[in-house]
Every structure is written in structure tokens, then in C-alpha cells.
Design a protein around this ligand. Sequence first.
Ligand code: SAM
Ligand code: DTB
Ligand code: SF4
Length: 334
Amino acid sequence: MTLVSPTEGSTADRGAARSRRLWSQAEARALYESPLNELLFRAHCVHRANFDPNRVQLSRLLSIKTGGCPEDCGYCSQSAHHNSGLKASKLMAVERVIEEARKARDAGATRYCMGAAWRSPKARDMEVVVAMVEGVKALGMETCMTLGMLDVEQAQQLKTAGLDYYNHNIDTSERYYGEVITTRSFADRLETLANVRDSGIKVCCGGIVGMGEEPVDRVDMLVTLANLPEPPDSVPINMLIPIEGTPLGHERPIEPIEFVRTIALARILMPQSYVRLSAGRTAMSEEMQALCFFAGANSVFVGDTLLTADNPSEDKDTALFRKLGIEPMELSAR
Ligand code: SAM
Ligand code: DTB
Ligand code: SF4
């Protein structure tokens, strides 16, 4: 079903109102299953038409409240339902968060993402996170938060504070979702996304691959994202980091080419979104990451810790980017 002309985002679209099409599952599946060279070529052309292919946006993550989460997400070290051995901690002080953000900015990050292990923020938490957004914004960085479910009022409060992005993932297909999380529904997730979108905050929404899902689930997850009332501005694709003590702690790793196909399909379905090669990079070869960048990934988390899990060291990433001729993207590059 075509909404507007299916340009997949020509250069002429840049800065203009987003022309887009809706994708059927059959079309997206056919792309995902096409010969790898066809898929990569098409994804790379879409990427070039919309972005500088040699620039990657760098974000830094900080866990502002770790562990003890009441949700039961089967992959997560922070859920109180599992025994990952993670030590829970209270909400960080505002000054400390701002200090960490300053260090990240000085090291080249342009976006600062703050995550809390909550089902949703309480009223007293909102005052604190609002102060964090204001403080990090004042450093000249873009801000992103992921705090669980938000109602209309909470989303509006964060918008007023100046929050740029809110991350809330659908995680997988609607069909597979119940196998991974039971304490909040797929519909709950969509409701939070609507509240964020309606507030005017940019939406960051993606998922995890390698949780035992079928290829069709990866495709359906991306179709759901692409067909939202507006595609997310940023689409994190995480590769499961298996955490001992969680239900998915012994999941078999996804075949790397399947992961690359997922990135390529995300790029084709959402031509103008940042596609973020998110969790799981420590388990990826340089060649696999290079293929992901060719397929359209153009954002990564830098710094040796994500929220609780490991990420490649800065030295390693600097060496990789040098080998690939990739430069960090400046703030507001597009
Ligand atoms: N508690 C908030 C929430 O879930 O909305 C925010 C933090 S949560 C850790 C953010 C996202 O990180 C999850 O939605 C999931 O996609 C990703 N994630 C968490 N644990 C992961 C793991 N072990 N491997 C890969 N991705 C993971
Ligand atoms: C997202 O999709 N990936 C990031 C970010 N959003 C908040 C988080 C990855 C977390 C990986 C597991 C951990 O560090 O605990
Ligand atoms: Fe809690 Fe988020 Fe982890 Fe789920 S992913 S258990 S909501 S911290």
C-alpha cells in the first residue's frame, strides 16, 4: 500500500516533509530473503541517498538507576525476576550525571542517553530526571532518556525540559513478544510511543535480535516500526547479549549474516532514520560491523559500558573507524 511516492528517501527529501510509503509484510519478507548482494546493494543505495555513508553518530549511555526492575524482560540483567547477580542502586544524583555527560562530550559524543530500570517513573523521580535533562542540554549535547512507560503528562514534562529523544523499544514482533515479556504488553509499548510522539519528542525505538525468534519475527518487527504513524527517528538494533541467570542466558547466537540482513532491511524500510548498531558489538567481528555500516547502520554507542554490559573500548572503536575511514557525525549534521 503506497502512501506517497515510494522514493525510499531521495536526496530531494532531505529537510522536506517526509514522504513515505507503508510496507506490507510480504514485500518486506521478499527483501529480507533476497540474495545478500541484492539486499546490500539496495540498502546501501538508500543509505547514500539520505546520509553521508562515511559518518556515524556517536551516543553515550549512562545507567542513572540500575537493577531491581519490576518488569520480567527475559533478556535483561536488571529485572528483579532473574538472578543475574547485578547489584541494584538508587537514582543517581543530578550533579554526578552532569559530570559524566561533560566527560562524554569532551570525548566526542554528541548524544547522551540516560536509562533507568523502572516500569515507569514516579512523580518524585520526574523532578530529578527533568533537572538531568536541563543540565545535560546546557552542555550543548542532545539528550535521550529511557525510563519505561510514560503517560501523556510525563511525556509533556520531559518535552518542556528540552528532551530530544525518548527510547522505548518494541523489542520483537507482536507474535513473539509474549515469549519474552509478560509484565507489560505490546499494546502498552505502542501507547507509550504514541504519548512520546504526540509530545513532540523524537522517538527512538527498535528491538533485539537473537532471542530465539524466527526470521519472520525480525521482519515483522521492522514492518511495525516502519508503519508507525511516523517512523522512529532512531532505530536501535540490539544483538542479544546473553546474561547468565536470565531466561535467555544460554540462547544460541544469531548467525551474523542474519543480523546484517536485519540492519539492511531496517535501512530500506526507514530510509531517513538513524539505524543504530546497538548492544552486542563486543561479540561482533570488525568485518561484521563493517558490513553493518555498509548496509546502513549509522549510529553506535561508544564507551566501554552500555547500561550494565560491556561495549568495545574507545581505543578499539577509534582503530576500527580509522580502518574503515568513518568519521564521527557532528551535532545536527542533517
Ligand atoms: N527500562 C527501560 C525500558 O525497558 O524501557 C529502559 C532500559 S532497557 C535496558 C533498554 C533496552 O535495552 C531494552 O528495551 C532492550 O531492547 C535493550 N536490552 C536490554 N538488555 C539487553 C541485552 N541483554 N541484550 C541486548 N539488548 C538488551
Ligand atoms: C537500546 O535499544 N539499547 C541500549 C539503549 N537502547 C538504552 C541499551 C542496551 C543495553 C544492553 C544491556 C546492558 O547494558 O545491560
Ligand atoms: Fe526493566 Fe527495562 Fe530491563 Fe525490562 S529492559 S527488565 S523494563 S530495565
